[in-house]
Design a protein around this ligand. Structure first.
Ligand code: FE
Length: 343
């Protein structure tokens, strides 16, 4: 993308995130990645009167090839952590999510915005205050619920017992001390009690497997008991999922992680492609998807910090909170969560 356009996008983002004089913004990267975005964020921060610097960590030393969450590259770098705790906003281009260091930095009052997406997706899904309002309504609705049930025509019928963990919303920018968000994003989620998920989830062709950035081709049936996956059945997709999860050699890799729904009508279900998917946030955000996930729940304050993590946005599902329909066959019947232009 043209650097001037990228600069303008980052200026729009940091304006939404209320960066201003006399704040300091740090841009965090690993290795030689995303230098165009670094330049754009440093420029934009200065335009708004803030101070800015770039903190570059060595590249990952992992040789597993798997996407392992929680290893941020900061764990052996306490002085780098101190530097980030001392600024007002960290632009995280290194992916700190699920790491102890991220919580420590947020705890110091530093807000964090993560992005790993390509510039075209950053521009097309630029956050808006409208989207924030709709996501925040979703958060209020979800955090008031005691139970969450998902059904689908393919045979999904699973219930999450809520109340143990907080509810979070992501809307793509962050202007509050200590708050984390991701650009772009538009969804709400929470987690069940550690032993609080039971039922069956059936993936249908077209449902999405992240971090693989692939579409399910053949149905996969998961049996879930007391918060853990106890059986995975189907053809090729089931074999691939089973083999991958098993390779972590960690019983907690079968845990049930967050669950929620997507709210961005501009995000495309069909835009996923290995070459342009970034971290797949467009897939997590498309309007009316129901996303469930496998693996860690430490993001919500739980004890499971396994590095094995799947996010799985599904199409055409229904989601009920305390038996009230919130998503119906992939559409959202509640006015406050619909786009303003549709009302
Ligand atoms: Fe996730």
């Amino acid at each position: 993308m043209d650097q001037n356009l990228l600069n303008a996008l980052c200026l729009q983002q940091l304006t939404l995130s209320k960066v201003q004089e006399p704040e300091t913004v740090a841009v965090l990267t690993r290795g030689s990645e995303r230098t165009d975005l670094v330049d754009a964020f440093l420029w934009a921060a200065q335009q708004l009167g803030a101070s800015a610097f770039h903190l570059r960590l060595p590249p990952s030393q992992s040789t597993s090839g798997a996407w392992e969450v929680g290893d941020s590259g900061l764990s052996r770098n306490p002085r780098a952590v101190e530097a980030l705790k001392g600024v007002d906003m960290v632009i995280d281009l290194a992916f700190l999510l699920f790491s102890k260091e991220q919580f420590e930095i947020q705890g110091a009052g530093t807000r964090i915005l993560t992005t790993l997406e390509i510039p075209e997706v950053l521009g097309r899904l630029m956050p808006t205050p409208e989207l924030r309002e709709r996501v925040e309504f979703g958060v209020e609705t979800l955090q008031a619920a005691q139970s969450l049930r998902v059904t689908s025509p393919a045979g999904t019928d699973v219930t999450y017992r809520l109340g143990a963990y907080p509810t979070l919303g992501e809307y793509g920018y962050t202007d509050e001390p200590g708050r984390w968000d991701y650009w772009p994003a538009a969804f709400v989620f929470t987690g069940a009690a550690d032993d609080g998920v039971d039922g069956t989830i059936v993936l249908s062709p077209g449902d999405i497997l992240l971090p693989w950035n692939t579409y399910v081709q053949t149905p996969v049936t998961f049996t879930i008991e007391a918060g853990f996956i106890t059986d995975i059945r189907g053809d090729l997709d089931a074999d691939l999922l089973s083999a991958y999860i098993k390779s972590f050699n960690d019983p907690r890799a079968y845990g049930m992680s967050h669950v929620g729904w997507g709210l961005d009508e501009r995000a495309n279900w069909h835009s996923l492609a290995p070459t342009n998917a970034g971290a797949g946030m467009e897939s997590r955000s498309f309007y009316g998807n129901v996303m469930w996930s496998i693996g860690p729940n430490n993001e919500l304050g739980g004890p499971n910090d396994t590095p094995c993590h799947f996010d799985i946005p599904m199409r055409g599902c229904s989601l009920f909170l305390d038996d009230k329909p919130i998503v119906v066959d992939g559409t959202i019947p509640i006015r406050e969560m619909q786009p303003f232009a549709w009302r």
